[in-house]
Ligand binder design. Structure first.
Ligand code: SF4
Length: 479
């Protein structure tokens, strides 16, 4: 999370929710950097703005970071320079204005003869408050990232040892964090006590691997061992793995949005396969909203797997009524005014022969701002669809997320200001149905008490602190 954004409007310009980061770590492999590079490749969906790898060889720490995708930032010479038997890596998504190199991670600091690197997935809700206090006491910050406060807090306790310093720092911060840290001879993995964000552990022959999602373990051919537990600190070094549970236990609050939208469908998240859960969400959606339709379709790729489940549950054909152009970059030259809605049309093109004269039900995973969905619905009608309905595999997203997802203000959430009927009207739909909260949780077949559902029900497990709620929340609401 970029602290600079807390005093500015929070829109990222995207109509889709975005994850903030993905992390990877490996200890005990002569090609640690190369495997981390592949691990980051698998995690690219969790962040596309910047990335970095830090390695250690027992004597020295090396780093390479840059703005852009993994294949843009790293080349053969860069990887050849990253020698060492341990590495951590990070892919980052940031909101507008914060895409600067000094905010790329892993964040590296030198203190008392030791070099420490840290990569963070999540968001700290009291970082602003801690930063103000530390700055008043003389600390000089190098970035605008919340992650940096962890390092400053650790620095005050380094003489006690690495794990003790980390424990002291984490006792002071609140919010969501899965972390990988590296020194010249250790890799450390941490999950916050609520376990908001995922972090798993794998083994590749004699090496140990940490990753946000198991798809990264698969790519480097590591075997999934288990998840890092909420509140657990694991140290990977010449002694193997040592686990510490120094942080006070609190109830689990796994982010259910990882299942609905963020994580890759081939991953295990919180120990459960994302594809299967998305498909069950679709089956449940068919029970709750059995729309009379000729076909069910997604707007690819969101809604693909819930769409399969919905079509199966309803007994209607599943069709790809629009085709996605996979070669559209994040930025492209905008055409003239006469080509309205170009940015939506360039990504998805309707298949008229499939849609013409049909009653179509679109299966979506979520509706955040609604602007993109509105244009897409219009293109379906223009392509000849007789009726266009939409079913959504989660309840209305009415509340901001402060735990590492980019809809951090109520102002950007359509469901915070409109009823379902008003949203249906705005999107130009014949019917709109959202999944119930109970139905969504039941479809996961996991402990119903173990989820964060704050963006749906407003029940925040970790309360907001000070400036975060005031600056971000109010500036967005005031727009
Ligand atoms: Fe996930 Fe929503 Fe909770 Fe944020 S508020 S952590 S998106 S469930």
């Amino acid at each position: 999370m970029n602290l600079a954004n807390l005093s500015s409007p929070c829109l990222s310009g995207s109509s889709r929710p975005r994850e903030y980061c993905g992390i990877f770590g490996i200890y005990g492999h002569p090609e640690a950097a190369r495997l981390t590079y592949f691990g980051l490749y698998a995690l690219q969906h969790r962040g596309q703005e910047s990335c970095g790898i830090v390695t250690g060889d027992g004597y020295q720490v090396r780093q390479h970071k840059g703005l852009g995708l993994v294949h843009d930032v790293f080349n053969q010479p860069a990887l050849d320079n990253l020698t060492g038997h341990l590495a951590i890596g990070h892919v980052r998504y940031s909101t507008t204005g914060s895409t600067i190199l000094r905010n790329a991670q892993p964040f590296v600091v030198h203190h008392g003869g030791e070099t420490l690197a840290i990569g963070h997935n999540g968001n700290l809700v009291n970082a602003q408050e801690i930063r103000h206090r530390l700055e008043e006491e003389g600390s000089i910050f190098q970035s605008t990232m919340d992650t940096e406060v962890i390092v400053h807090l650790m620095a005050r306790h380094f003489r006690k040892g690495l794990v003790e310093a980390l424990t002291e720092a984490l006792t002071g911060v609140r919010g969501a964090y899965s972390l990988v840290l590296a020194t010249k001879d250790k890799v450390i993995g941490v999950r916050d006590p609520h376990g908001f964000r995922p972090l798993c552990l794998g083994r590749l022959n004699g090496s140990l691997v940490l990753a946000s999602e198991t798809c990264a373990l698969d790519l480097v051919q590591a075997e999934y061992l288990r998840d890092i537990e909420p509140g657990e600190i694991v140290v990977l070094d010449e002694n193997g793995l040592t686990s510490y549970k120094n942080l006070p236990p609190v109830p689990n609050k796994f982010c259910i949005f990882e299942f609905i939208y963020f994580a890759r469908p081939d991953s295990l998240i919180f120990g459960h396969n994302v594809y299967q859960i998305r498909k069950r969400l679709g089956v449940q959606l068919a029970k709750e909203h059995p729309v009379a339709a000729d076909l069910a379709m997604p707007f690819p790729d969101s809604g693909n797997y819930a769409g399969l489940g919905y079509a199966e549950g309803l007994g209607v054909p599943f069709e790809m009524g629009v085709i996605r152009n996979h070669y559209v970059g994040r930025t492209f030259i905008q055409p003239s005014q006469s080509m309205r809605d170009f940015s939506v049309r360039v990504k998805l093109n309707p298949v008229r022969e499939i849609l013409k004269g049909k009653r179509v039900v679109v299966v979506e995973d979520s509706i955040i701002r609604g602007t993109t969905s509105r244009t897409r619905v219009k293109t379906l009608r223009e392509a000849g669809a007789n009726e266009v309905s939409m079913v959504v595999s989660c309840p209305p997203t009415r509340f901001p997320c402060y735990y590492g997802i980019d809809f951090s203000s109520k102002g950007e959430l359509i469901a915070a200001h409109k009823t379902v009927e008003e949203i249906r009207d705005y999107l130009g739909l014949d019917y709109l149905g959202y999944m119930s909260l109970d139905g969504m949780v039941a479809a996961t077949q996991m402990d119903s008490q173990g989820f964060c559902l704050a963006c749906f029900n407003g029940e925040y497990a970790v309360e907001l602190v000070g400036d975060f709620s005031k600056t971000c929340f109010e500036s967005c609401l005031a727009r």
